[in-house]
Design a protein around this ligand. Structure first.
Ligand code: KE4
Length: 425
């Protein structure tokens, strides 16, 4: 860890907290974050030469594993022809077509450069299309760092104890109404009180920014019914769940037809990307067709699009094999994790949807953010560092999901379980 420690000290002099995204700083768990030199398949290697089995996967994008041959080949072929033109390209149309083919509710797509841009744009469409200003989000859900979403936010905002951030005008924050995830009654009350002012409900269909919290039966269906009843839009934030929890994303898994869907992570194959997808009448409200403005210098960047196309084409062409392997490996892993913790009488919940999962150190099921916060933080810290010291790399926060990739194998799973069994928890 010597080289990482030195680099971290240097980094902190020039970059706030030494990181370009807060959750990387090891805030809640302490210690020095390994500076990563390279990655391949399901493993990453730090600057001190230590190798780790990786369950962060760059926070979700690396569903095929790191440095996948098809992605690298696509990037090599593209980069020879230049990196950015600021003009339309054929590949962007191919990616939009493929997203519309694979995401059931998508009729049109606008590409942007991050998940935050995608959710910010979806919100602006909802407000512009309905003429209403209020939105509903869920405590512990994270939709990127646009002002309206930094209210009771999950992920790094919760990790660092600022679920509602300074710098967001109170007048704007007041337009963000919040409810506990999975609490349909609370949402119905909000609509009964303020339904005519609500532009949209935005929801992570599987809450991946408070660990991994599946929707209770009827919850998503209820949100669809309520938004229809009151003329509000339903926005599925699938930046994390898109192409992750099912070949047709969460909306395909749960059979819900949202008005707008935001995407990111996997659709860029590890390069900067985001997307707003949805019904044609809504997307065509965006400039230059409609009056709602949104733009981006590097939107649809050739390298991001090439990596995204290579990833989504691989997922499409090898759907059975890849999603079958992800299901089998993740099921095997979480079953063995549960058994190992049960044998040690450690209070725990292991919650999973597809190849995203979370380990909570609590004896009650986690249905919302309040439940997630009951997880024993000290026990998580011991777990995290014990696994890291043994070459197993989990997210440095109890409010993050873990991910299995198609590059994981039984050797990686076995190494993970063997390490867990030796931990002093
Ligand atoms: P980005 O702006 O970070 O690309 O995407 C924001 C975003 C939007 N919606 C959901 C459901 C998300 O999970 C995210 C970003 N996820 C976090 C990890 N949970 C990104 C990691 C980080 O902040 O460094």
């Amino acid at each position: 860890m010597e080289r990482s420690a030195r680099l971290f000290e240097n980094a902190k002099r020039r970059i706030p907290g030494g990181v370009n995204s807060p959750v990387r700083a090891f805030g809640p768990v302490g210690g020095v974050p390994p500076f990563i030199a390279s990655a391949n398949g399901c493993r990453i290697t730090d600057v001190d030469g230590r190798v780790y089995v990786d369950y962060v996967g760059s926070w979700g994008p690396m569903i095929l594993g790191h440095a996948h041959p098809a992605v690298l080949a696509a990037l090599r072929e593209t980069i020879e022809r230049g990196t950015s033109f600021g003009a339309p390209t054929e590949a962007e149309v191919d990616l939009a077509e493929l997203i519309c083919e694979r995401v059931p509710s998508a009729e049109m797509v606008r590409l942007v450069s991050s998940g935050t841009e995608a959710t910010m744009t979806a919100l602006r469409i909802a407000r512009g299309a309905t003429g209403r200003d209020a939105i509903v989000k869920f405590e512990g859900c994270y939709h990127g760092h646009a002002d309206s979403f930094l209210v009771a936010a999950g992920s790094g905002a919760a990790t660092h104890g600022h679920p509602s951030s300074p710098g967001v005008p109170a007048s704007l924050a007041a337009l963000t109404l919040t409810a506990p995830f999975n609490d349909l009654g609370a949402v119905a009350e909000i609509f009964a009180r303020s339904g005519k002012e609500i532009a949209a409900v935005i929801v992570e269909p599987v809450a991946g920014n408070m660990g991994c919290v599946p929707p209770q039966p009827g919850f998503l269906e209820g949100l669809r019914a309520l938004t229809k009843e009151y003329g509000a839009l339903l926005i599925f934030d699938e930046v994390m769940t898109g192409f992750r929890v099912h070949p047709r994303s969460a909306q395909g898994l749960y059979g819900i037809d949202p008005d707008l869907t935001t995407l990111g992570k996997i659709i860029g194959g590890g390069l900067p990307i985001g997307a707003v997808a949805g019904k044609r009448p809504l997307l065509e409200q965006l400039a230059p067709v409609g009056p709602i403005y949104q733009a981006g210098t590097l939107s649809g960047n050739p390298l991001s699009v090439a990596a995204g196309l290579a990833t989504l084409r691989t997922l499409r062409d090898q759907e059975e094999t890849i999603y079958g392997k992800l299901e089998e490996l993740t099921r095997s892993l979480v079953t063995q994790v549960g058994a190992a913790l049960r044998d040690r009488a450690v209070p725990h919940q292991v919650q999973r949807v597809g190849s995203m999962f979370a380990i909570y150190f609590t004896d009650a099921l986690v249905h919302n953010f309040a439940d997630a916060k009951r997880s024993d933080a000290n026990l998580f810290k011991r777990f995290f560092h014990g696994m890291l010291a043994g070459g197993i790399y989990f997210a440095p926060s109890p409010y993050e999901a873990a991910f299995v990739s198609a590059a994981h194998d039984t050797a990686a799973i076995t190494a993970t379980i063997n390490r867990l069994k030796r931990l002093d928890l």
